[in-house]
Structure formats: structure tokens, C-alpha cells
Design a binder for this molecule. Structure first.
Ligand SMILES: Cc1ncc(COP(=O)(O)O)c(C=O)c1O
Length: 384
């Protein structure tokens, strides 16, 4: 049996990881500035993390959501403490799409409405309502297209209010910083305007922090820079450092009832142990402070490169924009320089989502590799 062929693959096979590095079958070492798509938050194979998971699987790996699970309660406590998001309630699931699916469903239950407002270039996942709120018709199947979603531009508060006036919108869902869309972030005025309008029209504001959350921007959640209080916050990726876990933080005005949401695997013992270890390391190693410092250093160094047109994003969620497509540059970085990077919807944008443990020496390695590839490309262009 062969694999269902949905992923265009690079011809490289990582078999081992350590902090910001991965190693392939030939033991070639790669600097990982992609973090397995923003997932690796505390570094590959962090000893605190591997010990926590090993100990847990040796004790109790799984039981269903029909029993007391003190690890879930502890995780809720730890997320409150590290995020300063007091008063929310936690619902745990297994992935980003599932987090957004539950967020949208809950908004619809709570408001008894069914339309959604999302934004141009958004990505919220591949399940039913989440994919319908994703601005990419290619991945929306007819079965998903029955959801009613209004796509608006960032900053278009007039459009948002107009759409809300029909009183049929259950949720406004927004990535505080867009991931695959290309690292765009709206103004504080816009986020605050959304909050005000959502309150006014009894619509829930969902902050999709699946990529930008769990410390990636140097704040625990990226929306915190804008001083808003979303009704639901969705999380995944860095939350488990590779162990599948997602969740939503739910404002207390939204009431729970038995059976309203549910999942078999969500919040299982192993997943909770993984996420608790992530939070422990974020705190013990002061990684959010590290993110801010390294990000400042990184952007300073990038500004010295003339081919770089714009630097987008925040913290260790960075986009480097060039005047031409980066596909071949990305390949050279991987196969010649042994550095993993990411791409975005914007073909000229190189996306970096490294572990939050990144240090200056890794930034220096990347910068000199990038300069080498750019100068090689320049020589080839001149020769032609
Ligand atoms: C902002 C955002 N939301 C949702 C998702 C979906 O997450 P998952 O792939 O875990 O379903 C992603 C994944 O890339 C994402 O970046």
C-alpha cells in the first residue's frame, strides 16, 4: 500500500532532533528554522519533555474523559498562570483545526446564530467550519462550502459592522498574526474595534493563536499586545512541542453543559504531561524573554541585507520578503546550507518559525548562509 499523495515532499529524512537541530539518515546536521511548522517550541528532544512523557507513559498513558484527570486541572492552572488570562475555562482537543471547529461551534451554540466573519488570506484548519473560514477555495470541498462565511479585509471595521447588523453572525475569527497568509497583523485600533463591535452585536470574538500563541511572539498570546479580551482563544502547535494537543480558552460568559463538546483523545494523560513540560521549560528557561531578545537581534541582522525588502511578523514568527520568489532560495538553504525554512502564500516570503530556544549563534549561521546563497544567485544572474 502506498501513501495517499497529498504532501509535496523534500527529499530529506530527519531521524533525530536535538534542540534547534535535526539530523538525517546520513547524520547530516540541519539547523531547523521551521520548527516542524511552528510546532517545536522548547526544542527537539528537550530532556524535561522526554522525561515527562516517558514517566507518564510508564504510569498511565490514556484514559477517557469519563474520569477525574488531575493533569487537565493542573494544565488549566498552569496556562492561567503563564498567560495571565484569568477566569477562562479550558477545553482540550487534539489539533488546531479541532480547536477552531469547537470554538466556532461553541459560538454558534452560545449566540444561536450561524454566519461567520473571517479575513482575507486566513487559515484556520481543514475541518468543516474551520476550512470554510479559511480563505483558500482549493481546500474547501462542496460539503464545507455550505457554511456561510463572509471574508473581509483587515482594518475594514465598516465592513464588519455592516455584516454584523443583520444579527446573524455567531463569530468573528481572526489570526492575530496571519501564518500561511504571510505574517500580516492588523492595528491595535482594528482589534479593539472588533472587540467593541462583537460585544455590541452579541457575536463572539475568536482569537486563533494556534501558530502565534504559546510564547512564539515573546508574549504568551500575540493578541495581548493589543489589550483585548477575546471570547475564545484557540491554541495548538507549540502547546505540545510535537505531541498532538490543542485547546480553547473559553470566557465565563459562555456556559458549559454536559455533552456540549467532547472528544475521545482530547486532554489525555500523555498530551497533558507533554504540555505541562512545555510550560515548565518556557518558565524555567525564560524563553519568552529570549524570544524578544533574539528577535531584535535577528531583525537587526536582516536589515543589513540589501535584498531583504520587508521583515514581517513578531518574535520568532518572522517573514522575510524578497523582490522575487523564494522557492529556489529555500531549496538552496536546505540542500546546500542545511537550514530548514518555511514558505507562505506570498511566493516572495520566506517564513521562519524556529524553536523559542534559538540563540544568536544560530541567527549568525542563518545570516551568513543566506548571504552566501544570495551572492551565488547574483553571480548566476550576472553570468546569464
Ligand atoms: C493559524 C492556524 N490555525 C489553524 C491551524 C490548523 O492547525 P492543525 O493543522 O493542527 O489542524 C493552523 C495550522 O497551520 C494555523 O496556522
Amino acid at each position: 500500500m502506498s501513501l495517499f499523495n497529498v504532501y509535496p515532499l523534500f527529499d530529506v529524512t530527519p531521524v533525530k532532533g536535538k534542540d534547534v537541530f535535526v539530523y538525517d539518515t546520513n547524520n547530516t546536521k540541519y539547523l531547523d528554522l521551521y520548527g516542524g511548522h511552528a510546532v517545536i517550541s522548547i526544542g527537539h528532544a528537550h530532556p524535561t519533555y522526554t522525561k515527562a512523557i516517558t514517566d507518564q507513559v510508564n504510569t498511565l498513558g490514556f484514559y477517557s474523559n469519563s474520569i477525574q484527570n488531575p493533569l487537565q486541572v493542573e494544565l488549566a492552572k498552569q496556562i492561567t498562570s503563564i498567560s495571565n488570562c484569568e477566569d477562562y475555562h479550558l477545553f482540550l482537543c487534539n489539533s488546531g483545526a479541532e480547536a477552531n471547529e469547537n470554538a466556532l461551534k461553541l459560538a454558534s451554540f452560545h449566540t444561536n446564530k450561524k454566519k461567520v466573519i473571517a479575513f482575507k488570506n486566513s487559515f484556520h484548519g481543514r475541518t468543516s467550519a474551520a476550512v470554510a473560514a479559511t480563505d483558500n477555495p482549493k481546500i474547501v470541498a462542496p460539503i464545507n462550502a455550505q457554511q456561510e462565511v463572509i471574508f473581509l479585509e483587515f482594518e475594514d471595521l465598516v465592513g464588519v459592522e455592516k455584516a454584523l447588523q443583520n444579527n446573524d453572525v455567531c463569530a468573528v475569527i481572526i489570526e492575530t498574526i496571519q501564518g500561511v497568509g504571510g505574517l500580516d497583523e492588523a492595528s491595535t485600533n482594528f482589534y479593539q474595534g472588533l472587540e467593541r463591535l462583537c460585544n455590541e452585536y452579541n457575536t463572539l470574538l475568536i482569537a486563533d493563536e494556534i501558530q502565534s500563541g504559546f510564547g512564539r511572539t515573546g508574549d504568551f498570546f500575540a493578541f495581548q499586545k493589543h489589550g483585548i479580551t477575546p471570547d475564545i482563544i484557540s491554541m495548538a502547535k507549540g502547546m505540545g512541542n510535537g505531541f498532538p494537543i490543542g485547546g480553547i480558552l473559553i470566557h465565563p460568559k459562555i456556559k458549559a453543559s454536559f455533552g456540549l463538546l467532547g472528544t475521545t483523545f482530547g486532554g489525555n494523560h500523555l498530551a497533558c504531561a507533554a504540555s505541562l513540560a512545555v510550560i515548565k521549560v518556557l518558565q524555567e528557561e525564560d524563553l519568552m524573554k529570549n524570544v524578544k531578545e533574539i528577535s531584535t537581534y535577528f531583525t537587526q541582522k536582516l536589515k543589513e541585507i540589501p535584498e531583504v525588502i520587508t521583515i514581517k511578523g513578531r518574535g520568532l514568527m518572522l517573514g522575510i520578503e524578497f523582490s522575487q520568489p523564494i522557492a529556489s532560495l529555500r531549496k538552496s538553504m536546505l540542500f546546500d546550507q542545511h537550514i530548514f525554512t518555511g514558505s507562505a502564500k506570498n511566493p516572495n516570503l520566506l517564513r521562519l518559525l524556529p524553536s523559542l530556544t534559538l540563540k544568536k549563534e544560530h541567527v549568525d549561521t542563518f545570516i551568513s548562509a543566506l548571504k552566501e546563497v544570495l551572492s551565488m544567485n547574483q553571480k548566476i544572474a550576472t553570468a546569464n
